[in-house]
Design a protein around this ligand. Structure first.
Ligand code: M6R
Length: 376
């Protein structure tokens, strides 16, 4: 049921404080994480030569967001595979690999075929899904349910943030035998427990039939109205937030039916810079992390080419990122750097939502798309 919301996508975006709480419930302890579904396999996981993340669409993006902290906390190299591409290439998978399959529905045909393939190759197969009893959860050796609650809108929103959180917990569990990373693990656990109550974006729920009473929601509606006639939208991210750029662009493309591309900011000079002019809107994600100074320099380079920028920065950081008067700014609360993608995606989900409503398209059932892609 949609309750007081106009659309499921809107409801599911605003449900995230709750879905994140249920994702972590009973699993997050001061001393570490308890993941019953992995307990028996932790030793094998720790001995893996490589972790391979496999998924499609938003689930792939969630895994990409998790990649940096999984590598950091486990010391195991992580490779990324779009399920269909792995199958097309028949890419190498070995017995010493752990293949992690990420899928909201647990029924995506490409992901399930990639699972069959990895099982044949003898890899340990782990499932991360929202659907208890799904084919993915039945056929993998072990796994974790994300417990985000039923997601109806074709555009995946709350499942994305819960998937990232589950993969953070998996990384914490695998790395829990490493003394040297204990302080880092503790700060991530603190960050995780603070997520559901983060101020602004994440816990400002619309509270009645009039949708935009909260300033952030209204702010994104206003931003959406300024973009309504644009033909295209670029999103530049890097490091932890490369995935945020891809996922934000996927949301806009998928529901608002506007061309949008997420780009690695480090690649800007290798082609995309040629697109920059005063008309093309570009979102630059420049929240605080180890890539911050590089993103500031990207902003300066785009401004010097008269780019039309929308800058996402940490709260109170406007002067540090140095936007010009013509830039729009989206301020987000700061959390542990590797968890920042969980927060940063929310304004982009809201932007895609409002853009879709303003452009008059079907929010919950975008043309040509299905919630679960069960054919190849
Ligand atoms: O159910 P899955 O997570 O396996 O689905 C994968 C993609 O089809 C899905 O994430 C798709 O990209 C979404 N509609 C994006 O919002």
């Amino acid at each position: 049921k949609k309750g007081s919301y106009d659309h499921f996508m809107q409801k599911e975006i605003h449900e995230q404080p709750h879905s994140l709480t249920t994702t972590m419930r009973g699993r997050l302890k001061d001393s570490g994480v308890v993941l019953g579904g992995l307990k028996e396999h932790l030793k094998t996981l720790r001995r893996s030569r490589r972790v391979i993340f496999i998924g499609c669409g938003t689930s792939y993006n969630a895994a990409l967001a998790a990649r940096p902290f999984v590598e950091e906390l486990t010391g195991i190299p992580v490779t990324m595979e779009v399920a269909s591409d792995l199958l097309d290439r028949q890419g190498p998978i070995y017995r010493e690999d752990t293949a992690v399959f990420v899928s909201q529905s647990g029924e995506t045909a490409d992901t399930l075929l990639a699972l069959e393939y990895a099982l044949e190759k003898g890899a340990l197969c782990v499932g991360v899904t929202n659907t208890v009893g799904s084919t993915l959860s039945r056929k993998t050796h072990c796994g974790i349910h994300i417990n985000a609650g039923c997601e109806i809108g074709v555009a995946s929103t709350k499942a994305y943030t819960s998937q990232i959180v589950v993969m953070a917990m998996i990384a914490l569990a695998i790395g829990s035998d490493q003394l040297s990373t204990q302080p880092r693990r503790e700060s991530i656990i603190t960050g995780l427990s603070s997520l559901p109550s983060m101020k602004n974006w994440i816990n400002d729920l619309p509270c009645s039939q009039t949708k935009c009473h909260v300033s952030e929601d209204a702010e994104m509606k206003d931003l959406a109205s300024s973009l309504i006639d644009s033909e295209s939208l670029l999103v530049f991210g890097r490091g932890y937030n490369y995935a945020t750029a891809l996922e934000g662009a996927l949301k806009v493309k998928e529901v608002a039916l506007m061309h949008s591309e997420g780009m690695l900011a480090g690649e800007m000079k290798h082609g995309p810079l040629a697109l920059v002019d005063e008309n093309l809107p570009i979102i630059v994600i420049a929240t605080r992390d180890s890539c911050f100074s590089k993103q500031k320099s990207v902003i300066q380079q785009l401004l010097s080419r008269k780019g039309r920028l929308i800058i996402m920065c940490s709260e109170g950081d406007i002067s540090a990122v140095g936007p010009s008067a013509s830039c729009r700014v989206i301020q987000v609360p700061e959390v542990a750097d590797c968890l920042q993608p969980v927060i940063n995606i929310i304004p982009l989900q809201l932007l895609a939502y409002h853009l879709t409503v303003l452009r008059g398209f079907d929010v919950d059932q975008p043309r040509n798309l299905a919630k679960s892609v069960t054919t190849q």
